[in-house]
Design a protein around this ligand. Structure first.
Ligand code: P1T
Length: 385
């Protein structure tokens, strides 16, 4: 067992993983089994049924928990399945305060599925000091933050959220998908639960969909494990293996994502057709100081507004050759998309307008290709827009 005191890049490769005891295989085997033979009723080796527990998944959960500095971790079939499971911690009548700018699918799950079941949600700008306190009600049981938010990259002060929630025994959750634990570890800022769409940076290779939740609170972890099994949104052994393999290179990938994103942000900032470039690493980001305080790096996501609105955006997104016009983010390859039509179509148009997700608003997930090829590609596509 690798001691928890090991550093990030070592944990990413070894935590939660032992050579296979029967063969010595260095890679965790893919336990493609639904059930486990018991010597007699209840006499088993810790595994009874693969929805409840699977050894490949156990290894993944141990590894990702170590990376978040958490005592407990639970893996899911998607980021949305992880979100769904956390909301099942609540009771009908409970109130949730959520960042106004979140992944469109998170908003849809809260607004279209859980509202019907008697939960209420306030979507507010948690990047503004005082907003959280002003939105609390006696029924508030959970605060849900994304930071940086998807897609407008606003930041939320995690230490402040942690303090406010702890004082009132409100559960704080941070969706850490955009930065990964390499650049931000919310539990260290006093947040109760951290969530990931592992589909993104953690897996990093765009070949599986997955989710993850971590906490250091044992009682909470037991409730999450109960729900993981009861609701059943678990990943397959094969997907668990793929994420476990992908995460080994998280550190080197994130460093390169950031390096490339900074250069792309600088290129776009100087381009006449690209307005309002937003990247937490730019001094022009309104919360650059907070980024420096709570993040160890600025990530690979950035946005800008193309001159010429929707017609220019359409031409530009058809003209890119290295960047792929696609939803998702965090893979080794660069992706580019139009949130209003693609990832955030489920957000009402008036909300999108208020958030600044206009028809010319473009989101980039900067990959780890040679950055000059990325810049050349953007330059030729902008020339055609
Ligand atoms: O797609 P899934 O693995 O279910 O994860 C949902 C999710 C949760 N949280 C954040 C911050 C996310 O960005 C996502 C998924 N996002 C996209 C598919 C996207 O293109 O933004």
């Amino acid at each position: 067992m690798v001691p928890d005191a090991m550093r990030f890049d070592t944990l990413a490769i070894h935590a939660g993983q032992e050579p296979d005891p029967t063969t010595g295989a260095i890679m965790t085997p893919v336990y493609l089994t639904s059930t486990y033979v018991q010597a007699g009723p209840g006499e088993h080796k810790g595994y009874e049924y693969s929805r409840t527990k699977n050894p490949t998944r156990t290894a993944l959960e141990g590894c990702l928990a170590a990376l978040e500095g958490a005592r407990f971790g639970a893996a899911f079939a998607s980021g949305c399945a992880a979100t769904d499971t956390l909301i099942h911690l609540l009771d009908s009548g409970d109130h949730v305060i959520c960042s106004d700018d979140v992944y469109g699918g998170t908003f849809r799950l809260f607004d279209k599925v859980f509202k019907r079941l008697g939960l209420s949600f306030s979507f507010v700008d948690l990047s503004k000091p005082g907003t959280l306190e002003a939105t609390l009600t006696p029924r508030t049981r959970m605060v849900w933050v994304e930071t940086p938010t998807n897609p407008t990259l606003k930041l939320v002060d995690l230490t402040r959220v942690g303090e406010i929630c702890r004082a009132r025994k409100i559960l704080s959750v941070c969706d850490n998908t955009f930065l990964s634990p390499y650049f931000q570890r919310p539990l260290e800022h006093g947040i109760d639960v951290v969530l990931h769409s592992t589909t993104k940076y953690i897996n990093g290779h765009s070949d599986t969909v997955g989710g993850f939740v971590a906490t250091s609170n044992e009682e909470l972890a037991q409730r999450i494990y109960f729900l993981q099994n009861a609701v059943g949104g678990v990943p397959s052994a094969m997907d668990s293996f793929l994420v476990l393999r992908g995460v080994k290179t998280l550190g080197v990938r994130m460093a390169r994502h950031e390096q490339n994103a900074m250069k792309v942000a600088e290129f776009l900032s100087g381009h006449a057709k690209a307005g309002h470039v937003v990247y937490p690493g730019l001094a022009s980001h309104p919360q650059h100081a907070l980024a420096r305080k709570q993040m160890k790096g600025f990530g690979g996501m950035l946005t800008f507004e193309i001159q010429g609105g929707l017609p220019a955006a359409r031409k530009f997104l058809k003209a890119v050759k290295v960047f792929a016009c696609a939803e998702s983010l965090g893979g080794v390859e660069s992706l580019i998309e139009h949130p209003a039509i693609m990832t955030h179509a489920s957000v009402p148009p008036e909300t999108r307008a208020a958030l600044g997700i206009s028809d010319g608003f473009i989101r980039l997930s900067v990959g780890i290709e040679d950055v000059q090829d990325l810049i050349d590609d953007l330059a030729q596509a902008l020339a055609q827009a």
